[in-house]
Design a protein around this ligand. Structure first.
Ligand SMILES: Nc1nc2c(ncn2[C@@H]2O[C@H](COP(=O)(O)OP(=O)(O)OP(=O)(O)O)[C@@H](O)[C@H]2O)c(=O)[nH]1
Ligand SMILES: [Mg+2]
Length: 253
């Protein structure tokens, strides 16, 4: 384990004792304006589900008070755990949260969404036992996506590229997803890219490994505009797409 990872692994506060039924993983970056309210509302909503749960706030690299607020949330609520590391990196945060999760089921959330309706519908499907992963799709024919047209178009472009370059079958890979942890852990271990494309790689690999993946439509109503400008993310997405295509198609891994 690298020194930085060892240091990161040490920062995990607020873990409850017994493994819960559900882990909700939320990567967070510079979210001081909505973090407290979003997590307290999510916590209250999850209590109504009647299953044991934990919420993992996986923060890295924030320049604002996100880290301190996450730590305070983990002190206030026994179900909340706060993870921190120094490098701002969505994929690493999501991966770390999934690896730290202890629930039978894992839901990957975004702090500006916290969509309890998705949780309810996805868990209903996973409870049946014949599906490994449920994707909440913004681009499903029955979805309602209130984001600006440029970002909606970007979702279509990236998914088109994933289809052509990696054989992805579906309409969305980035954002809300729910899965049985045991079914996906090996897939997570085999992922090779980080940042934005990690979430896509997870879905593409799950399909390649013939896991049972289904999509359901979601309603996207963000509590705030995205924290990182779309165009700043493009170079890394393209670089990681080329890397992933090479690893999957040429190296056959
Ligand atoms: N830890 C961590 N979290 C991040 C980073 N970038 C974004 N996030 C979190 O990821 C979630 C989604 O981020 P947004 O900025 O809303 O991105 P988005 O454009 O809506 O994402 P999609 O439309 O789903 O592609 C939020 O909870 C963010 O706080 C990062 O560098 N590190
Ligand atoms: Mg968003």
């Amino acid at each position: 384990m690298a020194a930085a990872d060892r240091r990161d692994a040490a920062v995990d506060t607020g873990a409850a004792d017994a493994a819960p039924n559900l882990s909700v993983v939320i990567p967070c970056y510079n979210e001081e304006s909505i973090l407290w309210t979003a997590v307290t509302e999510l916590h209250a909503g999850l209590l109504e589900f009647g299953r044991s749960f934990e919420i993992l706030i996986s923060e890295n690299g924030s320049k604002d008070d996100t880290r301190a607020i996450a730590a305070k949330l983990s002190r206030n609520f026994k179900e909340v755990r706060a993870l921190h590391s120094d490098e701002p990196n969505y994929g690493k945060a999501l991966r770390r949260g999934i690896e730290a999760a202890r629930g039978e089921f894992v839901i990957c959330e975004e702090i500006d969404l916290c969509d309890l309706d998705f949780h309810r519908r996805a868990l209903q499907i996973l409870d049946r036992g014949d599906v490994d992963m449920v994707i909440g799709s913004k681009a499903h024919p029955d979805a309602s996506d209130e984001r600006p047209i440029v970002r909606r178009a970007a979702t279509r472009v990236i998914n088109g590229m994933l289809r052509v370059m990696l054989g992805f079958r579906g309409t969305d890979t980035h954002g809300l997803k729910a899965f049985r942890r045991a079914a996906l852990l090996e897939t997570v271990q085999r992922c090779v890219v980080d940042k934005d494309l990690f979430a896509s790689e997870l879905v593409v690999r799950a399909q390649r490994y013939r896991l049972r993946v289904v999509e359901i439509p979601i309603t996207i109503h963000e509590k705030r505009p995205p924290s990182i400008h779309l165009f700043k993310r493009v170079p890394n997405v393209l670089k990681n797409l080329v890397k992933l295509t090479y690893v999957v198609r040429i190296r056959n891994r």
